[in-house]
Design a protein around this ligand. Structure first.
Ligand code: SF4
Length: 361
C-alpha cells in the first residue's frame, strides 16, 4: 500500500505528465479552475502552478467551505452564540472568521460558550453530556460534510434529543459552477473537479458543464501525480476538441457517487437558494433542513436576529473566490492580512486561497 501511495508522488511520473501537458496545451493557452480547497492547497504546496507551460493559468475558485460562507451566516451564528443557554459547536476554522463586528473567538473571550469539535457526532455527544444546554452545531461545507450532519440529525431524532440543533449553511458545488461559467468576466476553459465532493455526488451533476457549455471537467485526487494527471486529461480533451466529464481519481470516486450518503442528505435536507460570499444568491445551491426535521433547525428554534451586515474593510475575498484576482493582488495581502491577523476568511481557513498563497508563494 505504501508503495502504491508513493507512486502518486513519483517525480518520474510527474515529469512525464508535465511533458504531456506541455505537448497537449492549446496554442492560445488555457485557464483551468479548481473548486476544492484541498486542491488549492495541493497545487500551492507542490508548486504545480509554476510547473505549467506558458499560457496555462490555474485559477482557484470557491472551494473552501469556510470562505464561501456569507457574512450574514457568520453574523447569525454569532447571534446564536449570544442567546443565553446556547453552546456553539463548530470546526476550529469557523471560530476565527470575522463577522461584521465580532467572531466566535471574540465571543468566547467574552464568556459565550463555544466548543471546537471535529465532527457533528462530537456535537451530539456534547448534547448528551450537557442536558441543561442547547448545543447548536454549525453546519458548513459541501456534500463531503452534509451526509454526516444528516446522520447526526437522524440520530438525534431517534434518541429524542431536545437540546441539539444545527445551523445549516451547507452548499452544493454544481449550482456555483453554473454561475461561474456564466460569468462574462471569467473565461474558464476547463474545470479540475473536486475529489472529496465527487466521492459523494459522483459525476452526473457535472454533466451539464460538458453538454450545455462545452467545458471539459476531470475529477481528480490530491497527490501531485493525481493533480497532474487530471490536468493532462483536461489538456487531452482540449487538444482533441472534446468536452467530457472524466475521472482521474478512480480509487476514490465512482460515477454514481455514494447513493447511501446521498439518500441521507435527501432525507434530511432539501435544496434552497443560498448566499455565497462573493457570488451572492444562487438558486438551488444550498441545503436547508426539511420541515419533517424542523425541530433540529437552530434558526427555527431560536429565531436569531441579525441587523445589517458589514464586509471586512478592504477585503477582496469575493474577487479571490471568483478568481477575478489572485490573493497576492489584494492590497492587504501580507501587509495587513496574515494568518495571525486575518482580515477575511480566505486567510483564516487552512484551505483558503489567501492562506495557501501566504504559505507557499
Ligand atoms: Fe481578504 Fe486578506 Fe485575502 Fe485580502 S488577503 S482578500 S484581506 S483574506
Amino acid at each position: 500500500m505504501q508503495q502504491e501511495l508513493a507512486a502518486f508522488k513519483d517525480p518520474k511520473l510527474a515529469r512525464g505528465l508535465i511533458d504531456s501537458i506541455s505537448k497537449l496545451t492549446p496554442a492560445g493557452g488555457a485557464t483551468l479552475m479548481e473548486v476544492c480547497g484541498t486542491h488549492t492547497v495541493a497545487i500551492a504546496r507542490n508548486g504545480i502552478r509554476n510547473l505549467m507551460p506558458e499560457g496555462v493559468r490555474l485559477a482557484s475558485g470557491p472551494g473552501c467551505p469556510v470562505c464561501v460562507t456569507s457574512n450574514r451566516d457568520i453574523d447569525t451564528v454569532i447571534a446564536l452564540a449570544r442567546i443565553p443557554g446556547v453552546t456553539i459547536a463548530t470546526f476550529g476554522d469557523m471560530t476565527r472568521v470575522p463577522g461584521s463586528t465580532s467572531s466566535l473567538l471574540k465571543e468566547q473571550a467574552n464568556g459565550r460558550s463555544v466548543e471546537i469539535c471535529y465532527s457533528p457526532l462530537d456535537a451530539l455527544t456534547l448534547a448528551k453530556q450537557r442536558p441543561d444546554q442547547q448545543i447548536v452545531f454549525v453546519g458548513v461545507g459541501f456534500e463531503t460534510t452534509t451526509p454526516l450532519v444528516a446522520m447526526a440529525i437522524k440520530r438525534a431524532a431517534a434518541m429524542g434529543l431536545e437540546n441539539f440543533s444545527v445551523f445549516a449553511a451547507h452548499k452544493n458545488m454544481p449550482g456555483a459552477l453554473e454561475t461561474l461559467v456564466n460569468d462574462p468576466s471569467l473565461k474558464i476553459d476547463a474545470l479540475i473537479l473536486p475529489g472529496h465532493v465527487s466521492t459523494i455526488i459522483g459525476t452526473k451533476p457535472y454533466e451539464f458543464l460538458a453538454k450545455k457549455y462545452g467545458i471539459p471537467g476531470v475529477v481528480t485526487g490530491f497527490e501531485p501525480v493525481d493533480v497532474l494527471q487530471g490536468i493532462a486529461m483536461i489538456m487531452r480533451q482540449l487538444h482533441e476538441g472534446r468536452a467530457d466529464i472524466e475521472i482521474a481519481y478512480a480509487r476514490g470516486v465512482m460515477p454514481q457517487g455514494n447513493p447511501v450518503a446521498m439518500a441521507a442528505i435527501d432525507e434530511v435536507f432539501e435544496t434552497c437558494t443560498a448566499t455565497w460570499r462573493g457570488m451572492g444568491e444562487i438558486p438551488g445551491s444550498g441545503y436547508r433542513i426539511r420541515p419533517e426535521y424542523a425541530q433540529f433547525d437552530a434558526v427555527r428554534r431560536f429565531s436569531p436576529s441579525v441587523e445589517s451586515t458589514i464586509e471586512p474593510k478592504g477585503c477582496r475575498c469575493g474577487d479571490v473566490l471568483r478568481a477575478r484576482m489572485a490573493p497576492n493582488e489584494c492590497p492587504l495581502f501580507r501587509k495587513v492580512c496574515t494568518p495571525e491577523n486575518p482580515v477575511g476568511p480566505c486567510m483564516v481557513s487552512s484551505e483558503g486561497s489567501c492562506a495557501a498563497y501566504f504559505r507557499y508563494y
